[in-house]
Design a protein around this ligand. Structure first.
Ligand code: HDD
Length: 708
């Protein structure tokens, strides 16, 4: 017989409620609606549940009874909780927000969302990695998805982009091959979330059109510090169409307000172990704390004459239009200010489709875009289980809608009344509107039906080189290192050589650096190029992350390692200076809980040193007391904290008392301008100013193989 035995102590932690527990005969604990003043639990059919801990049995130790409908319904539903993960972009994280229009764009587009200055339109964004499965780690070296759904008054507009403005392939028919090659190899099902394997580089080495994208994918863009610090691109050329039915070509760019930032590769590898949810947590924390990430939408607008005069085909998704040649114009901003209430209902079930465009936005003939317009609708049927996925709230338009589509799995909204077709004589139901309805831009089309890649798509190296020469020396080094790392995992020598043969057509120094690190005995011949002469394009500084730094620490995080006896005044000065910069501080202590400062006050710590390595922070400060530093220096985690921060080219602030730790971490003899002594409040101000530089990449050549 159940009897009341335990009443747990009330907790003062927010959200923890008084626990009135009833112990069952077998020792299991019951919380009842009666003791908890809670709603009565029901089955999915609404039937009230008396016991959710014990199946129905024939005798207490006997077999289960088939008439236990509650058990069967519960297990049935659990068994079907998973839906197929996305075939690409399986791991993602989303947030709600709004798009705000700066000024009317009526001259270019009749799209309703661009008509009125200051108008806000609800939006949902899902960021993702591409290759990894749903449970893979956030810091994979990979392209990031940047998919935006804007719920306009004339239907949903989905701009399904990436954080890179070009793509691997020129024709959608190659997409299954690209994805098969990039994901785990089919016989062994590894490597997970990595392109560092034979199949990927085999495909790439046989697909010269991928070379421009490879430069991007091997650059720091592929290891962003945060979703908040990356650009987004619509990639393709689209069309704006105005009320006079005039068309302007348009490319879409999202520019993060807080600037661009990436991590070091060695850091990425360690973040994946320390916090595989690093990007998710970052977005969650910043939105929950009211620091709403923001991007500006900028557009590159051009006409047919520009397209005809441009060196490359604007329909080719492996090419971009340099911002120096065609400066993008700001047209609005996207602010993310609310996390979903439920991850599955919203982020997992959201269905993006490139073909979702409102009147005023239209497609170009980019063959990749045209193919995508088929694939996205098709994939939702498989993933979401039927044709009614627009009935799921996250996918439903927020404007009035009316049509005669009906029935099918999970139909939530069917036409009401007799009429489910048109034309009809009953005067009921929606009617088409030649005035308000979407009319496709009447682009001219002619020519034989043919499978043929246009010659205007054939130059695969000029823009790849342009990207490479637009990078700073540190960024170029990272590209060479990334290629070396990836190819070092390729077991077949001829594939490695074939990649180097392409690099020779991009940059000889890059090719020879990689070849030397791969230990190639002889240099391969340059790959045959479809276009004989590579154009020597001007560098485009807009393509570099380092040249476009924010110069501010805003939105970043300082990790402060403390011990008992930490200088209370210094800690306070540092914390308030960083907070004033609109940046965050996290305290790391040798023990869970915190430390007692020099003035006897309690300093709460967010991390214990074992769980708070420096890779989780943009910069660090090391503030042990003289009494506690020797003990701290015996901790491998504390030594790694300092050594990693140094080798990842971070700024390090420290008190004099930290020197024994710096010594044991192996950096005391290599101190540079990025390692800053914190004696007084004046030093604090200078330190925080330096933090805006984010990284001291000039330190990197001196830091070899992870050793300071
Ligand atoms: Fe794609 C998902 C971006 C080429 C087929 N793609 C997907 C997502 C993003 C992109 C961000 C995740 C959406 C989400 O968060 O739910 N894809 C791109 C970009 C491309 C691109 C920027 C080139 C410019 N994709 C591409 C091609 C095809 C697809 C050429 C097929 C012909 N993509 C898909 C898909 C996915 C998808 C299979 C998987 C899940 C989904 O659509 O909803 O249909």
């Amino acid at each position: 017989m159940a009897k009341k035995t335990t009443k747990a102590a009330p907790s003062d932690s927010a959200g923890i409620h008084d626990q009135s527990l009833v112990r069952g005969a077998g020792g299991e604990l019951h919380q009842t609606a009666e003791t908890h003043d809670a709603p009565v639990m029901t089955t999915a059919q609404g039937g009230p549940v008396a016991d959710d801990q014990n199946t129905l049995r024939i005798g207490a130790r006997g077999p289960l009874a088939m008439d236990d409908f509650h058990f069967r319904e519960k297990l049935f539903h659990f068994d079907h909780e998973r839906i197929p993960e996305r075939v690409v972009h399986a791991r993602g994280y989303g947030a709600h927000g709004y798009f705000e229009t700066y000024d009317s764009l009526a001259a270019y587009t009749k799209a309703d969302l661009f008509q009125r200055k200051g108008e806000k339109t609800p939006a949902f964004v899902r960021f993702s990695t591409v290759a990894g499965n749903k449970g893979s780690a956030d810091l994979a070296r990979d392209v990031r998805g940047f998919a935006v759904k804007i719920y306009t008054k004339e239907g949903n507009w989905d701009l399904v982009g990436n954080n890179m403005p070009v793509f691997f392939i020129q024709d959608a028919i190659k997409f299954p091959d690209l994805v098969h090659a990039a994901k785990q190899e089919p016989d062994r099902d590894f490597p997970q979330a990595q392109t560092a394997h034979d199949n990927f580089w085999d495909f790439i080495s046989l697909t010269p059109e991928s070379m421009h994208m490879i430069m991007w994918a091997m650059s720091d863009r592929a290891i962003p510090r945060s979703f908040r610090f990356m650009e987004g691109f619509g990639v393709h050329t689209f069309r704006f169409v105005n009320a006079k039915d005039e068309s302007t070509f348009v490319k879409f760019h999202w520019k993060p307000k807080l600037g661009l930032q990436s991590v070091a590769w060695n850091e990425a590898v360690k973040i994946n172990g320390a916090d595989p949810d690093f990007h998710r947590r970052d977005l969650w924390q910043s939105i929950q704390s009211g620091n709403f990430p923001e991007w500006e939408l900028q557009v590159q607008l051009f006409d047919q004459a520009f397209a005809d005069s441009f060196d490359f085909d604007v329909l080719d998704p492996t090419k971009l239009i340099p911002e120096e040649i065609l400066p993008p114009q700001p047209v609005g901003r996207l602010v993310l200010d609310r996390m979903p209430d439920n991850f599955f209902a919203e982020t997992e079930q959201v269905a993006f489709m490139t073909q979702n465009v409102p009147p005023g936005i239209d497609f170009s003939n980019d063959p990749l875009l045209q193919g995508r317009n088929f694939s996205y609708l098709d994939t939702q049927l498989k993933r979401l289980g039927g044709p009614n996925f627009t009935h799921i709230p996250i996918n439903a338009p927020k404007c009035p809608f009316a049509h005669f589509q009906q029935d099918g799995h999970m139909a939530m909204r069917n036409p009401v009344g007799r009429v489910n077709y048109q034309p009809n004589s009953w005067g009921e139901g929606p009617r088409e509107s030649p005035v308000k309805g979407f009319r496709h831009f009447p682009a001219e089309g002619q020519g034989p039906k043919i499978r043929l890649r246009p010659e205007s798509f054939a130059d695969h190296y000029s823009q790849a080189r342009q990207f490479y020469i637009s990078q700073t020396p540190a960024e170029q080094r990272h590209i060479a290192n990334a290629l070396t790392f990836e190819l070092s995992k390729v077991e077949t020598p001829v594939i490695r050589e074939r990649v180097v043969s392409h690099l020779l057509n991009i940059d000889e120094t890059l090719a020879s650096t990689v070849a030397a690190k791969l230990g190639l005995k002889t240099m391969p011949k340059p790959a045959d190029a479809a276009v004989e002469t590579r154009q020597d394009l001007e560098p485009s500084p807009a393509l570099s992350i380092a040249l476009n730094g924010p110069e501010r620490f805003e939105g970043r995080k300082l990790g402060i390692l403390v011990t008992d006896g930490v200088d209370a005044a210094l800690l306070k000065a540092l914390t308030s200076a960083v907070t004033k910069e609109k940046a965050m501080v996290e305290i790391i202590a040798p023990k869970v809980g915190g430390v007692t400062a020099s003035d006897g006050s309690w300093v709460a710590a967010q991390q214990m040193i074992d769980g708070g390595p420096s890779v989780l922070y943009d910069a660090v400060a090391v503030l042990p007391s003289p009494e506690a530093v020797d003990e701290l220096a015996t901790e491998a985690t504390a030594r790694d904290f300092v050594a990693d921060a140094f080798q990842h080219c971070k700024f390090i602030g420290h008190v004099e008392a930290a020197m024994p730790l710096l010594k044991k971490a192996g950096i005391a003899d290599s101190l540079d301008e990025g390692v800053i002594a914190l004696g007084s409040a004046k030093d604090v101000a200078a330190f925080v100013k330096e933090l805006g530089k984010l990284r001291l990449w000039s330190r990197e050549p001196g830091v070899k193989h992870g050793k300071a």
